[in-house]
Design a protein around this ligand. Structure first.
Ligand code: BV8
Length: 301
């Protein structure tokens, strides 16, 4: 790569070779991760300041966790809804949405549940939310299929009101304080139980739950089918952009190799040069190191 770097640090030579390939590309995928929204102020999961570092994902993002302590899981998701509603899409979200509009055979596979790509006017038919959305809620009763899109109530129910200092009530030390308070009985915490939590208006039995895919749960079948249909067209794939993801979570991360098998070159945009998908970088791939919010507008223009 040439040393002549540009304002965003993108080496000129890499920029030119990428843009030459992009302009010739017709079938393009983008795989998005939490790093895309980092510049919008939303924490990532695994890197520095990562959400899962201050929380135990397995304690919060699983069906078992919700069955065991729905109030705690709702506090975690209600807080993230609150933060995501306050956040704004950044230039990377807009640049990607613009490219998706221009390129006919384009598909974005997003692992993000923060709602920022839809708010950046990403064409809906070209955006697949692999892990659902913080703004969908659905009935947790196995036999009920009620779902609703809810991005208007913050907090989703009064009992989940966010502390005035907007501190996250579910970080590990907040949880320890909570345990201590309960054991010392010096404050009667509003126990978040069935009575206070959002209930299904349809079956009147189940609690409503966040419309996200938890660990151990399948990704939405209609989303998987749409992507399979797009990928199994017997045409090659020209490019997959892997943006702001540690590519550790499956089956989402598996789409990189599936694109490679269909001939795709890979362009990685990541803050951390160590974060490359399984299989690493191949000859002719690109790695653009830095903030997606800086790099995406630059390389897509
Ligand atoms: C399934 C929604 C089976 C909820 C999420 C062992 C035990 C248990 C499970 C497993 C296991 N081994 C494998 C599994 C399967 C598991 C899995 O893959 N686990 C991993 C952790 C090993 N997968 C599942 O459970 C999936 N389901 O397998 O079902 C099944 C099959 C058939 C039938 C029935 C069941 C479901 C996975 C979905 C889980 N839900 N989220 C929520 O959000 O709360 S996953 C969660 O991780 C988020 O969605 C997130 O998007 C996703 C991936 O993380 P990233 O987006 O990549 O974020 P991360 O922080 O990791 O990385 C950020 C990157 O950005 C970094 O590289 C950083 O360098 C970079 N960055 C930072 N800042 C910037 C930047 N880049 C650019 N610019 C910046 N400014």
């Amino acid at each position: 790569a040439s040393t002549a770097a540009r304002p965003s640090g993108v080496p000129q030579e890499d920029l030119e070779s990428f843009q030459a390939h992009l302009s010739k590309s017709t079938r393009i995928l983008a795989l998005l991760g939490a790093g895309l929204s980092a510049s919008s102020g939303l924490p990532t999961f695994r890197g520095a300041g990562g959400l899962w570092r201050t929380h135990d994902a397995m304690q919060l993002a699983t069906p078992e966790a919700f069955a065991r302590d729905p109030g705690l899981v709702w506090q975690f998701y209600n807080y993230r809804r609150h933060m995501a509603l306050k956040a704004k899409p950044n230039p990377a979200h807009y640049a990607l949405a613009e490219l998706a509009r221009k390129k006919e055979d384009f598909m974005t596979l997003s692992q993000n549940v923060d709602g920022l790509s839809p708010r950046a006017k990403h064409p809906e038919d070209k955006l697949k939310l692999l892990h659902g959305s913080l703004f969908d809620v659905k009935c947790s009763d196995f036999f009920c299929n009620y779902t609703e899109s809810n991005n208007y109530t913050d907090p989703i129910v009064p009992a989940l009101a966010i502390p005035t200092d907007e501190s996250d009530p579910t970080t590990s030390d907040a949880l320890q304080r909570r345990e201590l308070d309960i054991s010392n009985e010096n404050v009667s915490l509003p126990e978040l139980d069935y009575r206070h939590l959002p209930k299904c208006p349809k079956c009147k039995r189940g609690l409503l739950r966040p419309g996200v895919v938890w660990f151990g749960e399948m990704l939405p079948t209609n989303v998987i089918e749409d992507i399979d249909n797009w990928m199994t067209k017997n045409k090659k794939i020209d490019l997959i952009m892997v943006i702001g993801t540690s590519a550790k979570v499956y089956p989402a991360a598996g789409y990189v190799d599936r694109a490679r098998v269909k001939g795709a070159k890979v362009a990685i945009i990541n803050m951390d040069s160590n974060d490359v998908p399984a299989g690493g970088l191949r000859k002719g791939d690109w790695f653009f190191e830095g903030d997606a919010a800086q790099i995406m507008p630059e390389i897509l223009k």
